[in-house]
Design a protein around this ligand. Sequence first.
Ligand code: HEM
Ligand code: HEM
Length: 193
Amino acid sequence: MKVFPSPRAAAVYHPGLRLLHWLMAALIFVALPLGVWASLVPRGSQRSEILFFHKSIGMTVLCLVALRIVWRLISGAPAYAEPLGRLTHAAARSAHIGLYALMIAMPVSGYLSSNGAGTVVPWFGLFTFPHLLPKNDTLRIAAGQAHYVFAWTIAFVLAAHLGAVVWHAAIKRDSVLTRMWPGYRPAPPTAKS
Ligand code: HEM
Ligand code: HEM
């Protein structure tokens, strides 16, 4: 059974995957500075308000990445219009897998550090996520350190991701950005004369 139209025919990602990519990119670009801000302000000031939004956005990313991975496994990726070299292809693939892993690792480590600290994990004031583990200082510290290391790692991988996109769009001038462009509809194939 075919669940989605073949993305290969269109040479762009499925519209749902493109929507998820841009929605999640926006959420992550908001979560990152909020996290840094929360870690810099002294306890007792605006920290809990900042963390309220930071945690809500982070948990949204966790739910969306699960959906996105299932969707991606079902619908696949379009073939590149201009085939990439072996090394470039391997680098792009590793960076993409790394980003997927970090989109899981970031919220999971944040969630576990909140479990360890015994602090609430809210979702925009509508409900709170249950704690899976009891309050525990070792967990709070270990998961908090992992969250910090993952934050630097995602910043580096994202810088490489954005650098690669700019390289393809501005220097190579190929169609890599088009593959992920939100409103792109490929022209229907013309009839052979
Ligand atoms: C996409 C998801 C997330 C991203 C990109 C992200 C990013 C960050 C960054 C960059 C920091 C500052 C560096 C640090 O101190 O670790 C931070 C801090 C923090 N994050 Fe997240 N985070 C995410 C999800 C979560 C979630 C789901 C939670 C909890 C449920 C959480 C809880 C925290 C807490 C409590 C801090 C403050 C740590 C401190 O006081 O030093 N984060 N986050
Ligand atoms: C302005 C910011 C961004 C731009 C311009 C951008 C652009 C792109 C483009 C053009 C692709 C397709 C690459 C290809 O097919 O080889 C792509 C794929 C991807 N992007 Fe981004 N991106 C951005 C932000 C992000 C962010 C914040 C994340 C997550 C942390 C992310 C995660 C991914 C992943 C995982 C893929 C691989 C998709 C797949 O094969 O399933 N991107 N991005």
